[in-house]
Ligand binder design. Structure first.
Ligand code: FES
Length: 625
């Protein structure tokens, strides 16, 4: 005689459908039948009624053979399942898309919003009481938090962890700061082909995410600072047994969070984000994290549009927070060193006076309570990797927000990663590249009119202009200058750069060049550009009249901007270009933000500007009858 749950067959009683297998039933107009059918199919996998009566913990499987940063996902799933099942839950894993930086055309950022939609909808669609989200590579963690926050079931990020460093000729190396530095040396002719080929074998020697303070590590630290995962979860190496124990602990935490329905919208407050931004500044984190954090903020109904957290918040907090972590690209070391020096626990104890300790965490304890329960003594840890507040690596404002007539919507500069600090306050003539293709064609032209004092400007790599806003903002130095020993120049674009990259590089200029009113879009060779990190200025020495003149010429000469071009495009790329907002808002789709799509034509919006451009054009057309 089969065991059964009487309530499931009590067809004259309403079915309680708020949790477990009974939630989110497929709609057939008969809830009992929907449940009956669901059980028919899941029993094909061998589950018992006892198993199916437990809290169901989903585990998002982002394993892909194209994603070496996620190579340990199968082991993490096994360990997380152990934690769930030891705590009385039922763990069920399911896939979502997986994104790796080097296997995402045109760029991984192009797919971040798609992955967030996949994550949100699969969490909502399937009967999970909580969901462990295994991610790691740069865009995966923000995509999962964005989607999970919108789905608003208890979510528990579990990152894959950083890779170990490799070795070349007795020197430690690691993806991806050393990929870029060594490639620059190869381009400059100071590294031969044998060396660069042999480096290629050692730069990513194990599974895991890039082993420096790039975007993946930054997002891992930020996720811990937001209170969504155990503190040591940010830095334990991908190939360590600690990483597996963190996975098991995450399984245990998931069952507890499911029991009290501890949702991300209830945990995350503006104080959580202030803590995350404080950590971002203290670790000299990736500029990409600014975009991701704004996208996450704008998924939260209480924060989206509240003005509590804007681009300016990053700068305001940064002024009070020193750079404490000596990791590449701002410093010299690797994530394993950070982990061995105490990781996030040591960092948060150091930052304690600057943190909002009342912020809640997924464990149900406040951040202050978590820190109280886990005292940290610096001895015997090195204070070289995690510096005390009294001996920082950089005094404050690792990341600064610049504004001016060239970037009314703001731009980001990672001042701490500048290789030539004199360039932090620099004025020079622009050498303008219209887009990435133009850059590739001319940057190494021996006849290019460029000096070390020029400002390299790259247009049209913003969210709309080059969907996905590629990490092309670290414009390579012209080979003739690199060969002459130049190691840094001021560079300006509306794109992004890898979190592992360094240099004096102004990014995320808003509004981007593709937007008809963008000043970046009308800069020409020889225009004088000033970037002053101290004064937070990014400007071009053009009068208001000259700017207006160039903008109207641009509108009237019929230039086909990406914005005009995308209106009738099919597929995801068309959806992307028509819906993506600017970097300062998170480069999310407007319809995915908590506020939803902007209704009507808001003054200054892309749609409004486009319509104005069209009517300006029409005024100059002969009257049609
Ligand atoms: Fe995946 Fe760097 S390529 S984290």
């Amino acid at each position: 005689m089969a065991t059964f749950v009487e309530e499931d067959y009590a067809i004259d009683q309403p079915l309680v459908t708020s949790s477990g297998l009974r939630q989110g039933l497929t709609s057939y107009g008969d809830a009992h039948f929907s449940l009956f059918l669901r059980k028919v199919f899941i029993k094909a996998l061998g589950y018992s009624e006892d198993a199916l009566s437990r809290p169901i913990i989903g585990i998002i499987n982002t394993y892909s053979s194209f994603n070496p940063c996620h190579a340990n996902v199968p082991q993490l799933i096994e360990a997380a399942k152990r934690g769930v099942q030891l705590s009385g839950g039922l763990a069920i894993d399911f896939p979502t898309i997986s994104i790796h930086e080097s296997f995402s055309y045109p760029t991984s950022m192009f797919l971040r919003n798609l992955m967030s939609m996949d994550t949100e909808e699969m969490i909502k669609a399937q009967p999970v009481d909580a969901c462990i989200m295994i991610g790691g590579c740069d865009k995966t963690v923000p995509a999962q938090i964005m989607g999970g926050l919108s789905a608003n079931k208890p979510i528990l990020p579990l990152v894959t962890g950083p890779m170990m460093p490799g070795s070349h000729k007795g020197k430690r190396i690691g993806a991806c700061t050393d990929c870029r530095n060594n490639w620059a040396s190869f381009r400059a002719g100071t590294l031969d082909v044998e060396d660069i080929a042999s480096l290629n074998e050692e730069l990513a020697p194990t599974a895991g995410t890039c082993g420096v303070m790039g975007t993946a590590s930054t997002m891992a630290c930020i996720t811990a600072a937001l209170g969504l995962m155990p503190l040591r979860g940010a830095s334990a190496p991908a190939v360590s047994s600690t990483r597996l124990r963190i996975a098991e602990e995450t399984g245990t935490n998931a069952v507890a969070a499911a029991g009290v329905k501890r949702t991300p919208q209830s945990i995350l407050t503006k104080e959580s984000f202030y803590n995350a931004i404080t950590v971002l500044q203290a670790i000299g984190g990736s500029t990409n994290a600014v975009v991701h954090l704004m996208a996450i903020v704008n998924r939260h109904p209480d924060l989206c549009g509240s003005g509590d957290i804007t681009l300016q918040t990053f700068d305001d907090i940064g002024r009070k927070v020193p750079l404490l972590i000596d990791l590449k690209p701002s410093g010299d070391n690797y994530m394993t060193d950070f982990h061995n020096a105490g990781g996030m626990l040591a960092l948060l104890h150091t930052l304690r006076p600057l943190l909002h300790l009342s912020a809640m965490t997924i464990s149900g304890a406040t951040l202050g309570e978590v820190l109280d329960k886990t005292p940290f003594r610096t001895f015997p840890y090195s204070q070289e990797i995690i510096r005390p507040l009294t001996n920082p690596l950089y005094p404050a404002s690792s990341l600064v927000v610049l504004r001016g007539n060239l970037a009314p919507g703001g731009a980001i500069l990672k001042a701490s990663a500048s290789k030539d600090r004199r360039l932090l306050c620099h004025t020079g003539p622009a050498v303008v590249f219209k887009n990435s293709t133009d850059l590739a064609l001319r940057i190494d032209d021996p006849n290019l009119n460029v000096t070390k004092d020029s400002v390299l400007v790259l247009q049209a790599i913003g969210p709309i202009g080059n969907p996905g806003m590629p990490e092309a903002g670290m414009i390579p130095l012209p080979r003739k200058l690199a060969a002459a020993g130049v190691t840094d120049m001021l560079r300006v674009s509306d794109g992004r750069m890898s979190g592992t990259a360094g240099g004096t590089i102004v990014l995320h200029v808003a509004p981007e060049a593709a937007i008809p009113t963008s000043v970046l879009g009308i800069v020409k060779d020889g225009d004088i550009i000033t970037s002053d990190a101290g004064k937070r200025v990014l400007s071009v020495s053009l009068t208001r009249e000259e700017i207006e003149k160039r903008l109207s010429e641009r509108a009237l000469d019929g230039e086909k901007t990406a914005w005009a071009d995308c209106q009738n495009k099919r597929g995801y790329v068309g959806l992307y270009q028509r819906s993506v907002n600017q970097a300062e808002e998170g480069a999310d789709f407007d319809f995915l933000t908590a506020a939803g799509p902007k209704m009507g034509l808001k003054e200054g919006s892309r749609a409004c500007v486009f319509q104005e451009q069209q009517s300006a054009k029409n005024k100059n057309q002969p009257e049609m009858c």
